[in-house]
Write a protein that binds this ligand. Structure first.
Ligand code: ZN
Length: 195
């Protein structure tokens, strides 16, 4: 039957077209993922997880970590001052990433903070302070970051005992602009994939 054969070939062609379309979607999807990750050269790693979507929040320490004891908490006593952040302990050199779409407003080295940076989340006018990084930040002042973009690694530079991230959350108008540091632990726990 001619009609039957025609129908079969139409079905086959439609199936092939659908296959080609999904293949193209895969290709362009991968291109978009690479672009979001900052345009890394070389072939995409098919086993790598997709980068976090714009506007999402990710935990700043990308590896096994813990929140230490009471001394690591916001408000814990220190010689001559109180602790204005939360310490997150992790193996030295564990990657540190931007928690969301942020802009680098400050980078530097200070004898207490060690290698540090300040990221601004414009939408909420929140600032995030990362201290004791192993090396100078991998990003520069003015740079706009995507969620999950690496900014450095966990270290113990400055006044730190044991490798950890000292993390501060400053509410509007921000870091040393009249804002104030608040306890970042509830926020960190909300982002923490282990909780
Ligand atoms: Zn600390």
């Amino acid at each position: 039957m001619v009609r039957d054969q025609t129908n079969h070939s139409v079905v086959r062609m439609r199936a092939l077209a659908a296959l080609a379309a999904s293949f193209l979607l895969l290709l362009f999807g991968a291109d978009r993922a690479i672009a979001q990750a900052g345009g890394i050269g070389g072939p995409a790693d098919p086993t790598a997880p997709p980068p976090p979507a714009a506007g999402s929040f990710v935990f700043p320490v990308q590896g096994t970590h813990n929140y230490g004891d009471a001394g690591a908490r916001f408000g814990a006593g220190r010689a001559g001052h109180v602790h204005t952040g939360q310490d997150v302990f992790a193996a030295c050199a564990t990657p540190l990433v931007a928690i969301t779409n942020t802009k680098v407003v400050l980078t530097g080295f200070q004898k207490l903070a060690g290698n540090y940076l300040v990221l601004r989340y414009k939408k909420m006018r929140h600032d995030y302070f990362y201290a004791h990084m192993a090396t100078a930040p991998l990003v520069t002042k003015g740079q706009v970051l995507a969620p999950g973009q690496q900014v450095g690694t966990v270290g113990d530079t400055g006044n730190a005992s044991g490798c950890h991230l000292h993390f501060e959350l400053w509410k509007r108008p921000g870091w040393y602009r009249g804002g104030k540091a608040v306890d970042p632990l509830p926020t960190l726990l909300a982002w923490d994939p282990a909780f």
